[in-house]
Design a protein around this ligand. Structure first.
Ligand SMILES: Cc1cc2nc3c(=O)[nH]c(=O)nc-3n(C[C@H](O)[C@H](O)[C@H](O)COP(=O)(O)O)c2cc1C
Length: 364
């Protein structure tokens, strides 16, 4: 049967996934507590979704400097590590697997979130975004360009956050290199105007990613480290496709082959890029030829299209975002060909249980 592949187990190196349906990372802003700690409610939310072959958590901040959204649980304090242990124990108790997504928002932040200081970013480029602060959405401002010392400290913060994630019981970590946040701000020409070793050439703009991975080598098991990329992001989140975008991502993904990672997590174009020849049109298909390890593909998939992409061999696993918000038992619903609950966008980022842990499963 054509759809069976998504239900087949998958070996992510030695990590055995029960199926090929992955829960994509999604910020839910439910940690409105002192210290931004993941709580029992966070644990319940992920536990409800633990029949996914793999869960990737919401982006979790690697340091105070990394913060760009309110009420997001971090992974830089002892209290936060203890908070996340509730989630990893709950998911493992259900036989699930869970990676932490490590996040630094860079320019996509606001002075309100940094005691009045400008957020740090590769260059002085305002992403022109609305930032979710304690007083509601506010327009972003021009960030403070990072010194080399700032960059080295950030690399070290990624390393410590990865160590913390393993201490919290996660099965692995995913570096958030996508969606216009700090790492992608280094990758893209329009957000990186640096003239030092972190700007200019493709190799220089990609350098920070490989310096983070080089730091992790020897300290954590690289088979438990992953990277998320959004190569065709254009015109949203402050990022533009440019004449070197394809060459840049070809370089990065080819080089990632050398790191023996758990997987790379790719996103198909967020917007229509068919009129832009410099954009990669079919992301999974393109990188399948370049990357020799596991590929997770994302964006806009349903049961049928996920089955198709796996059957075509363009990806090994498919991640689902919004469908998992509204359907904790998405895997069972796919198996039963049952109708899906519709997501309520109004509660994506609001506090408490509503729109978070109160979506019904088939059996209740
Ligand atoms: C509420 C919400 C929060 C999100 N937060 C994150 C995040 O923290 N990290 C990330 O890499 N992507 C984030 N995304 C993007 C999703 O991971 C995914 O790429 C997107 O929803 C498209 O997949 P889908 O069509 O299956 O929903 C978020 C998406 C939504 C809807």
């Amino acid at each position: 049967m054509e759809t069976a592949l998504i239900f087949e187990p998958y070996s992510l190196n030695e990590l055995k996934l029960n199926n090929r349906i992955v829960m994509a990372p999604m910020t839910r802003s439910r940690s409105a507590n002192e210290g931004n700690v993941a709580t029992e409610l966070t644990a319940l939310y992920y536990k409800q979704r633990a029949t996914a072959g793999l869960i990737i958590t919401e982006g979790t901040f690697i340091s105070e400097e990394a913060v760009g959204v309110v009420n997001v649980p971090g992974i830089y304090s002892q209290e936060q590590i203890a908070g996340w242990r509730l989630t990893t124990a709950a998911v493992h108790g259900e036989g699930g697997k869970i990676f932490a997504q490590l996040w630094h928002t860079g320019a996509y932040s606001h002075p309100d979130l940094h005691n009045g200081n400008k957020p740090l970013a590769p260059s002085n480029v305002n992403p022109e975004q609305q930032v979710f602060t304690a007083e509601g959405f506010k327009p972003s401002e021009a960030p403070q360009p990072m010194t080399v010392e700032d960059i080295k400290r950030t690399i070290s913060d990624f390393k410590q956050a990865a160590i913390n994630a393993f201490e919290a019981g996660f099965d692995g970590v995913e570096l958030h290199g996508a969606n216009g946040y700090l790492l992608q701000q280094f990758f893209s020409k329009n957000t990186n105007h640096r003239v030092d070793e972190y700007g200019g050439s493709i190799k220089n703009r990609a350098r920070i990613l490989f310096e983070i991975l080089d730091e992790l080598k020897g300290i954590v098991d690289m088979k438990r480290v992953a990277v998320r990329l959004n190569p065709s992001l254009n015109g949203i989140m402050g990022i533009l496709v440019d004449d070197e975008t394809i060459a840049l991502y070809n370089y990065m993904v080819n080089k990632l082959n050398d790191y023996g990672l758990s997987y790379i997590h790719l996103i198909e174009p967020f917007t229509d890029v068919s009129a832009i020849p410099a954009a990669i049109q079919q992301v999974a298909k393109h990188f399948r030829k370049i990357y020799s390890g596991t590929i997770i593909i994302n964006r806009g998939f349903n049961k049928e299209t996920a089955s198709q992409v796996l059957a075509a061999g363009d990806a090994d696993l498919v991640s689902f975002g919004v469908p998992f918000i509204a359907n904790p038992d998405l895997v069972a619903r796919f198996k039963a060909d049952a109708a899906l609950n519709q997501p309520d966008q109004a509660t994506f980022y609001t506090p408490g249980e509503k729109g978070y842990t109160d979506y019904p499963s088939l059996n209740n």
